[in-house]
Ligand binder design. Sequence first.
Ligand SMILES: Cc1ncc(COP(=O)(O)O)c(C=O)c1O
Ligand SMILES: N[C@@H](CCCC[NH3+])C(=O)O
Length: 416
Amino acid sequence: MDHFEYRNGQLFAEDVAVADIAHAHGTPCYIYSRATLERHWHAFNDAFGTQPHLVCYAVKANSNIAILNLFARLGSGFDIVSGGELERVLRAGGDPDKVVFSGVGKKAVEIRHALEVGIRCFNVESEAELDRINAVAGEMGKVAPVSLRVNPDVDAQTHPYISTGLKENKFGIEIGRAEAVYLKAAAMPNLKVVGIDCHIGSQLLTLTPFMDALQRVLALAERLAEQGVQVHHLDIGGGLGVRYKHDQLAPSPADYMANLFTDERLRQYEIFVEPGRAIAANAGILVTEVEFLKMAEYKNFAVVDAAMNDLIRPALYSAWQEIIPVVPRSEGKTETYDVVGPVCETGDFLGKERDLNIQPGDLLAVRSSGAYGFTMASNYNTRPRALEVMVDGSAMHVIRQRETFEDLVRGEAILP
Ligand SMILES: Cc1ncc(COP(=O)(O)O)c(C=O)c1O
Ligand SMILES: N[C@@H](CCCC[NH3+])C(=O)O
């Protein structure tokens, strides 16, 4: 988190005062640190040492083209889940040969485009999808590289909405059936089996579930090899958690890899990893202005100009993110507030019961907002989505303009 810190009594993003950005461009605005994004990417990449590997940044965490471009320049791969995300990667200068395509509902048109540009691998999530990819590749006279996303039935010990590796979750092919499906895939004329993929959930703060899943994947790879299906890579997914609270402990990418590589069998494969949150979350903040303070008998509310349409994690997962003043006051009184937005929903809050010394017009920063912040934003209540800024040393760049009212109604038509 170190590129967002207090200096001379106010919050800085690298060498730029956050208040200066807010005053220049308005609020709500997302601010990202280039140095932090790159440092986090390198932490994953370096954790592999000399092991053949590919860091496939999970585009869904933060898909701004400027951010994807930074990773593309570093030689990153990308994990995508839609044709739209593929388009972003290509526009950002990403190498299609380093793209893996996950997701349970790939449409034929998306598969076709991915085959046209030549992605590295489809992470196939069902037998029906396998048939569809085989058919589309056949029509195009191509051979599609595939891995099966297996569901290892491991409890990721995270929020139920972001757990993906249990048999009741919609993701992947149950590991008990995987062998049969692999044999079927290997016999299909327009497919080439290249790997095994597994992603068990997001915001994992302990390493045991990753290791449990890996053991099952390695055993599957061995059983497949015995039957003549040799995979080249293992994709271990994303999911490494981050620190949202000061007292939270999150394993580093180096700890994570060191733990996995205690199993030497891993070394014979190229290893893909798909981190999103661990790279982007703590590289961004959401800055908002206090509009009104509403002091009531039962509760105090700080009504701010960012809302659940800008950052939905608190409403959706009861997620806790730190909220801090951009320019802390030296005088005045600290009160306990629910920090709420202007959207007409009771669930529209950014934080509950926060002790803050604030006045209307003050700026607040919601930390750890670089991942699943802007990408999950909506136009609910016909609110424009926030502006995005990238700080790079002492420079700031607007990397996405705030939406205008014109943007908000684009494409709509009234009856003749
Ligand atoms: C298939 C897949 N890969 C990677 C990710 C990225 O996860 P995270 O942001 O937790 O690293 C996700 C999201 O959970 C995912 O569904
Ligand atoms: N969007 C979630 C994570 C889901 C990861 C995508 N599979 C979050 O904000 O925590």
